[in-house]
Ligand binder design. Structure first.
Ligand SMILES: Cc1ncc(COP(=O)(O)O)c(C=O)c1O
Length: 395
């Protein structure tokens, strides 16, 4: 007799119980204030926030809010349509022109998230027979985008290992198009892709380079233009993707910034824009304003850079293993603790001390590499940084 498989309800209950018993359950915390250097949590009161991607402190900037309100008043909630039918406002075009200018590309196209942008891009630009080379630690949205491509060869190269990538490129010289895909700043490690090395390899092996700079844009480079600016490679990356849901206003939305030809192809063929609505007008207006502020106020990037250096230095002094800003300039500082339950317990202890830092475990990071992930913002003042370091000293 065949043993019946457990029902959906049974297997789900088993999984949820297991997560709970091993201390791995994730809880959604409810915030009752805007996102800033501190936030008010419903169950905890005011805490210093070291877990948002609000790198430049623009999420609650008065001009960003006001642009969104004006957008909502002028355009209403949306066009109730996908873009090519009846769904593109002039504020979408304005935002896309701003993004292209900011990223030093010919054109840009927005999506409701960077997740969508990555899936749209990878499934549209590739054709059967092509090959995609993907860094082993790429973001989940790139991985899923690659999974959705059809009849495309997929090769994963070791994290940031250019020798491994080169070997694999050599084995695929017969493919019509070679695509190399990488994060600019790796979201869980906080390290940088070796963009100069990748650009050189792509030229040598006639491959196209795609960089998702969601954690670099508005967080690196003197002008906030991300990893390409940091490495003096503005205008030299074939295709950039990024999010509007982190430094660039923090609401939601994503984009592809590339040549006019790539953007034209996406407008004609990418399913997430052909079959799904545009960004809400209020979000488009807020994001546009956020980028304008970054362009006009380079001091925000300077403050972020200084805060990153202070936090990295302070954590080092306390004995936490974290590379200094000279070698690791990103605003993401992981502290590896090992087991998921330990990371969650440490994050809870920090919360009791008034500092909000998330503990990440499996499946977000590999088993045994659970970590606390600290994220720095230009909105943090000296006092916040000192209080945060004090909490880490007590941990
Ligand atoms: C590298 C990277 N790419 C893409 C995304 C997805 O961005 P969005 O929230 O706009 O979908 C994230 C978000 O965590 C990310 O870190």
């Amino acid at each position: 007799m065949v043993t019946p498989s457990p029902s959906f309800e049974t297997r789900t209950a088993d999984l949820l119980n297991e997560l709970s018993q091993t201390g791995q359950t994730k809880y959604l915390r409810h915030i009752t204030s805007p996102m800033g250097p501190t936030v008010i949590l419903e169950d905890q009161g005011e805490v210093i926030c070291l877990c948002s991607n609000n790198y430049l402190g623009l999420a609650d900037h008065p001009a960003v809010i006001s642009a969104g309100v004006q957008g909502l008043r002028k355009y209403g909630a949306g066009t109730a349509s996908v873009r090519f039918i009846c769904g593109t406002f002039d504020c979408h075009r304005d935002l896309e022109q701003t993004i292209a200018r900011f990223c030093h590309t010919e054109a840009a196209l927005t999506y409701v998230s960077c997740w969508c942008a990555n899936e749209a891009l990878l499934t549209t630009i590739t054709l059967p027979g092509d090959v995609i080379f993907s860094d082993a630690l790429n973001h989940a949205s790139l991985i899923d985008g690659i999974r959705l491509t059809r009849k495309v060869d997929r090769a994963v190269y070791k994290h940031n290992d250019l020798a491994d990538l080169e070997r694999q490129l050599q084995n695929h010289m017969d493919k019509p198009v070679r695509w190399v895909v990488t994060d600019g700043v790796f979201s869980m490690e906080g390290d940088l892709a070796n963009l100069p090395g990748l650009v050189t390899l792509c030229k040598k092996y006639d491959a196209r380079l795609i960089v998702d700079d969601s954690h670099g844009t508005g967080a690196l480079g003197v002008g906030g233009r991300g990893t390409p600016e940091h490495f003096n490679l503005l205008g030299q990356i074939d295709i950039l993707t990024g999010t509007l849901g982190k430094a660039l206003g923090g609401a939601a939305g994503g984009y592809v910034a590339a040549s006019g030809q790539v953007i034209d192809l996406l407008i004609q063929r990418s399913r997430p824009s052909l079959f799904s609505n545009a960004l809400p007008a209020t979000v488009a207006c807020s994001a546009n304003k956020a980028i304008e502020i970054i362009e006009q106020e380079p001091q925000r990037m300077a403050k972020l850079t200084s805060n990153v250096a202070q936090l990295r230095q302070g954590l080092n002094k306390l004995g936490y293993p974290c590379p200094p800003a000279e070698t690791s300039p990103t605003a993401i500082i992981p502290i590896i603790v090992g087991e998921t339950a330990d990371a969650i317990a440490k994050s809870q202890r920090l919360m009791e001390l008034g500092v909000w830092v998330i503990g990440f475990g499996y499946p977000v990071v590999p088993q045994g590499q659970a970590r606390l992930r600290i994220q720095v913002s230009a909105a943090l003042e000296k006092d916040h940084i000192e209080k945060a370091l004090d909490a880490f000293s007590k941990l």
